[in-house]
Structures are given as C-alpha cells and as structure tokens.
Design a protein around this ligand. Structure first.
Ligand SMILES: NC(=O)c1ccc[n+]([C@@H]2O[C@H](COP(=O)([O-])OP(=O)(O)OC[C@H]3O[C@@H](n4cnc5c(N)ncnc54)[C@H](OP(=O)(O)O)[C@@H]3O)[C@@H](O)[C@H]2O)c1
Length: 341
C-alpha cells in the first residue's frame, strides 16, 4: 500500500479561496513506522476549537497545511513491528494531546495536538504513535465514537477528577454545547442531581430527555444563579461545569456551595479582567484542558458500563466537509456535527 496516491486528506490553507480554507489533496498512504498505527478513518467530528484554529484565536498556532480535527474514529489497517497497544481490525480514536498519557497536566505534555500542529482526522487515513491510540466502546456507532476525544473527555475530567462527584451532589451545567451535554450524561452516571442552564424551552426539553433533573431558561431568568440557590435550599451546587467562560464565571461562583468546585472549560477571550470574582464565597476554581489517555480510558469504561451514547446532531459526507463546518458554525447544532466516510 506504500506509495499509493489514493488517500485524500483536507488541509488547512488560509490563503486558499476554498470555503474555510479547506483544500482536499491526494497523498500517498503512509507506511507505519515501528511504533506507529495506520488508521483508515470512518468518521470525524467538529469542536469549537476547530473554528478557533481557522481564525487564529486558538492558543496553539496552526501548522501550515495541517489536516484538521482532533476527534475521529477509524479502523486500524496497519501496525509497526513494535506495536502492542492495538491490532489490525481494532476500532480506535486518538488522545487529544499526543503526549499526555497519565498524571497531572504539564505544559510539555499538551503542546502537540491532533488537528492543530499535528495532522488530524479530516482525512481518509491517519498515522499515529501507538501511545495515542485508544480503543472505543463497541456499542457506539462511528459517529458517536468520533465524538469522544475533546468535548466528551473534558466533561468527564470535570466530574471525575480530582475527586469524583459524589452520588446525590448537585451539578450545574451551563449551555447546550457538546461539553455541557456530555457533562449532563456523566453527572448522571455519578448519581448526581443535575441542574442545566440553557436558552430556550426546546433545549430545556431535550436536556431533560438527556437526564437533567431541572432546567433554567437564562433568557427568562438571567439571574440563573439565584434559581440554583433556591433549588438547593440556599446552599448552592457542589459542582459547576462552566463551559462558557469569564462571562459566566461570576454566576457560576454565585451558584456554588461552600467548598464547591467550579470547573472552567470555556475559552478565555481577551477583555476586561474580572474583579473580585469570589465575592466572599468559599469554593475552588480550576481550569482544565481535555484529559490524559488514562482519563480517556476510564471514561470509556464508564460509557460501556452505563451504555452511554454521545449526542450526535447531524452527519455529513466526507466530500461535504465545508458544509459541515458551515452548519457547525451557523446551524446552532444540539450535539456533535460529524463527517463520515
Ligand atoms: N478546556 C478544554 O479542554 C475544552 C474542551 C472542549 C471545549 N472547550 C471550550 O468550551 C467551550 C464550550 O464548547 P462547546 O463546544 O461545548 O459549546 P459551544 O458550541 O461553544 O456552545 C456553548 C453554549 O453555551 C451557551 N452559552 C453561550 N453564551 C452563554 C452565556 N452568556 N451564558 C450562559 N450560557 C451561554 C449556549 O447554550 P444555550 O443556548 O443552551 O444557552 C451555547 O450553545 C468553548 O469555549 C470551547 O472552546 C474547552
């Protein structure tokens, strides 16, 4: 198979006149090196960071001509001589960061990311080091399995680390992005009570179907933190998964109980610094980035045990990649936008 030119990949070329700078080019199918795994891609999915990488607002610069997308799934079709973690025929995805295998996050471990400065999943084939390979739960469709590495794992990390959410604890999720949707599912896996903040009755209904116990419509009640306090007899919630950013941080803090954990996942745009964000409350804030391979594998075990399925909004064909990006940007999806071969 080496040297064949029948494998197509999309490359990010900001100077191209193609929509979103996505240029499809044939390239030779690579031959795996001794520690590498060659994957035939079946599906890939979009995250907010994939739009940020295009407009230059992502903290990691995009490598020129990189193949985008951190999330995908495929079948192993070739392995190098030293590969033991996976075998030909396995269905795998990749870690988000190439080098964060286990333990706490370190700057040196998160510099290299698929679809940013290392070729990602918007291709017919992907080559990765065996350390990046993660088997996906069997009960998931390809579209669902392609939804796990970024938004799924960061939601898991928010609720399982450093201490797992305790049964009966109250978890607040903010929004209906894919991080928040996964957080609702994982909070329920932990046996938590879930209060979800959203912006319409339709989304509230869908959040309840997904597992939210209570919903607050922030367009009707902008002071949603007060509703959280009312629903918790004035105590506040033990966990707040804030997947929006500094804009919602003061409300997330105000919704927190003493000793609550507020987990900041949303990107930080520039702007005015927040003054006195704690407002006298006694709680912890941490900012997290996705998770390690060990976290990913723990999440997958929980997904298998509970039969959890990521929420998929819409699936596009491989030759409709630009349409998928446009729908993801403009179509207000509820769940993942997937590109499938
Ligand atoms: N740190 C990490 O490892 C990591 C990983 C993945 C994503 N992220 C970041 O996390 C953020 C969320 O990403 P995502 O893909 O899940 O979601 P998203 O597509 O960015 O959507 C965010 C949702 O938040 C809600 N929202 C927006 N503004 C709000 C406000 N002012 N107050 C309350 N809710 C508001 C909206 O939902 P409703 O209409 O339902 O209110 C919106 O759909 C992004 O910034 C993304 O870059 C970080």
């Amino acid at each position: 198979m080496s040297g064949a030119t029948n494998s197509v990949a999309y490359h990010l070329d900001p100077l191209s006149s193609q929509l979103f700078g996505l240029v499809a080019r044939p390239r030779p199918i690579p031959e795996p090196g001794p520690d590498q795994v060659l994957v035939r891609v079946r599906a890939a999915s979009l995250n907010r960071r994939d739009l940020m990488l295009m407009d230059g607002t992502y903290p990691v610069p995009t490598a020129p001509g990189v193949v985008p997308l951190s999330d995908g799934v495929g079948e192993v079709v070739g392995v190098g001589a030293n590969v033991t973690r996976v075998a030909v025929g396995d269905r795998v995805t990749s870690t988000y960061f190439l080098h964060w295998i286990d333990g706490p996050q370190r700057l040196s471990l998160v510099r290299e990311q698929f679809g940013a400065n290392h070729d990602g999943w918007l291709a017919e084939h992907l080559l990765m080091h065996q350390d990046s390979a993660v088997r996906v739960p069997e009960h998931l469709t390809d579209a669902e399995a392609a939804s796990l590495p970024c938004a799924g794992l960061v939601a898991w990390s928010a609720l399982a680390r450093p201490l797992p959410v305790e049964p009966g604890a109250t978890v607040v999720t903010v929004g209906t992005g894919t991080v928040a949707l996964s957080a609702v599912q994982f909070a329920r896996i932990h046996g938590a009570r879930v209060i979800s903040v959203t912006s319409s009755p339709e989304k509230a209904q869908r959040l309840q179907e997904l597992g939210a116990d209570e919903t607050v419509d922030r367009t009707e009640v902008p002071d949603w933190e007060r509703v959280v306090l009312d629903l918790t007899d004035g105590e506040g919630a033990e966990h707040i998964v804030d997947a929006v950013g500094l804009e919602t941080l003061p409300k997330s803090i105000a919704a927190g109980a003493y000793n609550a954990q507020v987990t900041l996942i949303g990107a930080f745009p520039g702007g005015e610094p927040v003054t006195d964000p704690f407002a006298g409350r006694y709680l912890s804030i941490r900012r997290i980035a996705v998770g390690s391979r060990t976290d990913f594998e723990a999440m997958n075990r929980a997904i298998v045990a509970h039969g959890t399925r990521p929420v998929v909004d819409r699936v596009f064909g491989f030759d409709e990649a630009a349409d998928a990006y446009r729908y993801f940007r403009d179509g207000r999806p509820f769940g993942k936008v997937v590109i499938q071969r």
